[in-house]
Design a binder for this molecule. Structure first.
Ligand SMILES: Nc1ncnc2c1ncn2[C@@H]1O[C@H](COP(=O)(O)OP(=O)(O)OP(=O)(O)O)[C@@H](O)[C@H]1O
Ligand SMILES: [Mg+2]
Length: 219
């Protein structure tokens, strides 16, 4: 299998005497070249699932398997070409310009991807903002920069957490076009999203409810 698979992923958070079961035994498989949408109400566990898949959090139970060239690797050890994330909170570096944020995955590896970064900035309507800092840009612009950063090195696995949440329809469609293009190039993509247009573009839609995957679309 290329792509990734999770079995029985369970995550509990402890707040004083309270235990929140954010994920309760999630099984999923996303193949290389597949675009899977992850939907579900606020608080259903979407971001927690992405945090486990990218290695930010450790599951209390369950396992994650990476396939193809990533077999045997742990998500926390992977670099941007292998696993790229668009966090819900974006995570741009405040003292780097928009262009330098987009280029960061390449710079960390000593690669020059200036030309591809320029194309992504142009595709996402960010060329004129290249030299600005994130806090001098709108939230939607920052989000498009976070998507461009994730796509820069054509990742084998792309995890995106509501990447169109701050966009108008036109910009959302540009982002979804780029995510679809990455899928066609072979990325295994999991896209947490409330955007019904994204559901329609996905190969499959998975619905989370109270930390469990259920059938059907949210009502
Ligand atoms: N660090 C944490 N400590 C305690 N509880 C947490 C923590 N992170 C998430 N939770 C809880 O886990 C549950 C799932 O949260 P999560 O952020 O995964 O939801 P979500 O589906 O991404 O929601 P949204 O659509 O609002 O982004 C929620 O009940 C949330 O309050
Ligand atoms: Mg979330």
């Amino acid at each position: 299998m290329s792509g990734f698979a999770a079995r029985g992923l369970t995550k509990r958070f402890h707040r004083g005497v309270e235990t929140v079961t954010a994920l309760a035994g999630v099984d999923l498989t996303v193949a290389a070249g597949e675009l899977v949408a992850l939907v579900g109400p606020s608080g259903s566990g979407k971001s927690t699932l992405l945090a486990l898949l990218c290695g930010w959090e450790t599951p209390d139970e369950g396992s994650l398997t990476l396939g193809g060239p990533l077999t045997g690797r742990r998500p926390a050890d992977l670099g941007w070409p292998e696993l790229a994330l668009v966090p819900q909170a974006l995570g741009l570096v405040a003292d780097l310009s928009i262009a330098d944020n987009v280029l960061l995955p390449a710079r960390l590896r000593g690669q020059d991807e200036t030309a591809r970064a320029g194309l992504l900035l142009a595709d996402f309507g960010l060329s004129h903002l290249a030299g600005r800092y994130p806090q001098q840009s709108s939230l939607g612009e920052q989000q498009r920069a976070a998507v461009a950063r994730a796509l820069l090195l054509r990742p084998a696995v792309l995890l995106a957490d509501e990447p169109t949440a701050h966009q108008d329809r036109g910009h959302a469609d540009q982002l979804l076009d780029a995510v679809e293009a990455a899928t066609r190039e072979g990325s295994a993509v999991l896209l947490a999203t409330h955007d019904e247009t994204a559901w329609a573009r996905a190969d499959r839609v998975l619905t989370l409810r109270d930390g469990r995957l259920t059938g059907g679309l949210p009502s």
